[in-house]
Ligand binder design. Structure first.
Ligand SMILES: Nc1ncnc2c1ncn2[C@@H]1O[C@H](COP(=O)(O)OP(=O)(O)O)[C@@H](O)[C@H]1O
Ligand SMILES: [Mg+2]
Length: 257
C-alpha cells in the first residue's frame, strides 16, 4: 500500500493552560525509521503519548493508514497496530520475562503464530531466552530495555513508538538496539524514535524531525539538515559527530525479528 502511514496535522496538547505541543505536523512513511530529536521538555513524550491515545489531544488531526484516530482509546489504537515503548519501560517487574512477552501479545489471536514470534524473539535475544523464567525486575537496565522492545514487538505493530530508549544503555547495547530497529524496518514496520542525543538520531534516522519547545523546526532526511540547525540546538552527542553527520548504524539487511 502506498501513502503515508501516519499523518499528524496541527496537533495541539496542553497541560492545564500550558501548551506542550503548539500545532505539530508530521508525516511518517511506511517501513522507515523516523527520529524525533528534541531536548528535555521539548514535548517528545507528550507527542508519543498523543499518538498512542494515552493523552487527550486539544486540537489537530491524526490519521493512521488514512483513518482518523484522534480521540480513540489507547487499546483501540493499539489494535490498529501502534505500540509504545514508554520512557520508563513499564515492565511487569514481578512477572517473568516470558510472561511479559506474552502480555505483549494479549490482544492477538492464534496461539501458533504467537509461539512462533516468541521463539523468533528468543533467537534474536538469547539473553532473554536464558532468563525466560526470571522476574523482569531482576534484569539489568539493558536487558529490561531489550525486553520492553521485544514485548512491544509481540503485538506485531506496524508503527513502533520508542521513547528515549538509549538512556542508561551501554554503547554495545545501543548498537544492538539500533540493529534491531533496522530489522524492524526490514520487516516493513515503521519506527518513531524520540531522542535527545543527536549523534544517535543521526546514526539511524531515515527521516529526522527536530522538536523545539513544542514546535517542529525541521523535518527531512538527515543530509538535508542545515548544519546551523544542530549547532543552534547544542544537542547532546554532537561533539561526537564530526561535521554534523553520523555513520549509519541500522543495517538494511532483512532478518527475522
Ligand atoms: N504531567 C505534566 N504536567 C504538567 N506539565 C507537564 C507534564 N508532563 C510534561 N509537562 C510539560 O510539557 C512539556 C513537554 O514535556 P515532555 O513531553 O515530557 O518533553 P520531553 O519528553 O521532550 O522531555 C514540558 O514543558 C513539561 O514540563
Ligand atoms: Mg520525555
Amino acid at each position: 500500500m502506498s501513502g503515508a502511514l501516519l499523518e499528524i496535522d496541527g496537533l495541539v496538547s496542553k497541560y492545564g493552560r500550558q501548551l506542550a505541543l503548539h500545532g505539530v505536523s508530521l508525516v511518517l512513511a511506511r517501513g522507515a525509521i523516523h527520529c524525533l530529536l528534541g531536548q528535555n521538555g521539548a514535548g517528545k513524550s507528550t507527542l508519543l503519548q498523543c499518538i498512542a491515545g494515552l493523552r487527550r489531544i486539544d486540537g489537530g488531526t491524526l490519521r493512521f493508514d488514512g483513518i482518523s484516530i484522534a480521540g480513540e482509546a489507547a487499546h483501540r489504537i493499539g489494535a490498529r497496530g501502534i505500540a509504545l515503548v514508554p520512557e520508563e519501560r513499564q515492565l511487569f517487574d514481578t512477572l517473568s520475562v516470558a510472561e511479559n512477552l506474552l502480555a505483549g501479545a494479549c490482544a492477538r489471536a492464534g496461539k501458533a503464530a504467537i509461539a512462533a514470534d516468541l521463539a523468533a524473539l528468543y533467537q534474536r535475544f538469547p539473553r532473554l531466552a536464558h532468563r525466560a523464567g526470571q522476574r523482569a525486575g531482576t534484569l539489568s537496565g539493558g536487558e529490561q530495555q531489550m525486553l520492553a522492545l521485544a514485548r512491544a514487538m509481540m503485538s506485531r505493530p506496524r508503527l513502533l513508538l520508542i521513547d528515549e530508549p538509549s538512556r542508561g544503555l551501554s554503547p554495545l547495547a545501543i548498537d544492538d538496539m539500533l540493529l534491531f530497529l533496522g530489522q524492524i524496518r526490514a520487516q516493513g514496520s515503521s519506527v518513531l524514535l524520540a531522542e535527545q542525543n543527536a549523534h544517535l538520531a543521526l546514526r539511524c534516522a531515515d527521516q529526522l524531525h527536530l522538536l523545539e519547545h513544542g514546535r517542529i523546526s525541521f523535518s527531512g532526511a538527515p543530509a538535508q539538515l542545515p548544519a546551523r540547525e544542530l549547532a543552534r540546538g547544542a544537542w547532546p552527542g554532537m561533539d561526537a559527530v564530526p561535521g554534523g553527520s553520523g555513520g549509519r548504524a541500522c543495517s538494511h539487511t532483512a532478518s527475522t525479528v
